[in-house]
Unconditional design. Structure first.
Ligand code: SF4
Length: 330
């Protein structure tokens, strides 16, 4: 455990994100003058408890991957705070961040591009252990144990990533993430590239590992139906902001925000039909110039005059937190 981490009270959340902003400057002209910002993450707050899964859902480009990268220290926060196990991440220097990083691991969407094709499976899954000086005994035994955790045979340790199916490669990625005994795994579209039957197997594996190791997951996906199979709570993200937050079952049964309803309407139902009436219209606007008022108003089927000029605040309704004028007028 790095010396930067202080023991926190048992009930303290593992992760607390406070009004986080990650903006990217837009440079123009010969002198690269900053001419605005892409507001990829624009004022996000949430807590994630130990042994909990938080689903983060939204369309491509809503900022969810940037949020994950900021939590991993791969992007610099513009403002706000990220407190992980009692430590404020933005205040850490590079060495302290490197030490902390072993407690926050990531599983990406495409295991083929995230696994080094020149390394065999043993070297891939033990690479972190070697870096952190945590190899006790033989690498083979560590690799075999980690592969066993993810339901793979030890025969795989001398094979190469291209020899495996997509689902097996994702299991190898998960074994690598597990190797450093993390507290939090950020799963960034971790099952999106897999067939539906393989998705279910990998989700079951995530659930088993959570039980065995008391892991917390931030499960990022564009697909609310996938997230609903694993997440305890769901945050729905639109154009850099969380527009609805609540328990997964409540969100799925009783979505309040028109955007959440649109995401649910986009989920295929039996017979291959969609509920079209709530389906979201058009493309999301650019996060470089978000619309005035409610950011969802150009696409919202329930837009009202107030929505065009006044941004809604977050409010509590039916146990959800929701950012929508429909509920401020109730
Ligand atoms: Fe739609 Fe208005 Fe609610 Fe925005 S605030 S989601 S535009 S009803």
């Amino acid at each position: 455990m790095p010396e930067t981490r202080k023991p926190t009270p048992v009930k303290a959340p593992l992760l607390e994100v406070r009004d986080l902003k990650t903006w990217f400057p837009i440079k123009r002209g010969l002198f690269s003058i900053t001419d605005g910002y892409v507001r990829a993450v624009d004022g996000i707050s949430f807590v994630l408890d130990r042994n909990e899964t938080l689903g983060l859902v939204g369309e491509s480009g809503c900022g969810k991957t940037t949020l994950g990268r900021t939590l991993l220290g791969l992007e610099q926060a513009t403002a706000g705070d990220i407190v992980f196990d009692g430590v404020s991440i933005p205040t850490l220097g590079r060495r302290q961040m490197n030490r902390l990083r072993r407690h926050i691991q990531v599983v990406f969407q495409d295991p083929l591009s995230s696994l080094n094709p020149r390394m065999n499976v043993m070297d891939i899954v033990t690479e972190g252990l070697v870096q952190f000086g945590m190899v006790e005994g033989s690498k083979q035994e560590h690799a075999a144990r980690l592969l066993g955790e993810v339901g793979m045979n030890r025969d795989a340790i001398y094979r190469w990533p291209h020899e495996f199916s997509g689902g097996q490669r994702q299991r190898i990625s998960i074994a690598r993430a597990l190797s450093l005994k993390p507290d939090l795994i950020i799963c960034d579209e971790a099952v999106s590239a897999l067939d539906v039957s393989v998705q279910a197997q990998v989700i079951n594996l995530f659930l088993k590992l959570q039980k065995d190791h008391r892991l917390s997951y931030l499960f990022i996906s564009h697909d609310l139906s996938v997230v609903s199979n694993i997440a305890d709570r769901v945050a729905v993200m639109y154009l850099g902001q969380i527009v609805e937050f609540g328990n997964t079952a409540d969100i799925v049964r009783n979505p309040l925000h028109p955007y959440t309803r649109a995401l649910i309407a986009a989920v295929p139902v039996a017979g291959g039909k969609h509920i079209a009436s709530d389906a979201v219209r058009g493309e999301p606007p650019s996060p470089a110039s978000p619309p005035e008022g409610c950011r969802f108003h150009p696409r919202c089927p329930e837009v009202m005059p107030v929505c065009r000029h006044t941004a809604p605040n977050v409010m509590e309704k039916d146990g959800h937190q929701v950012m929508c004028h429909l509920y401020s007028q109730a």
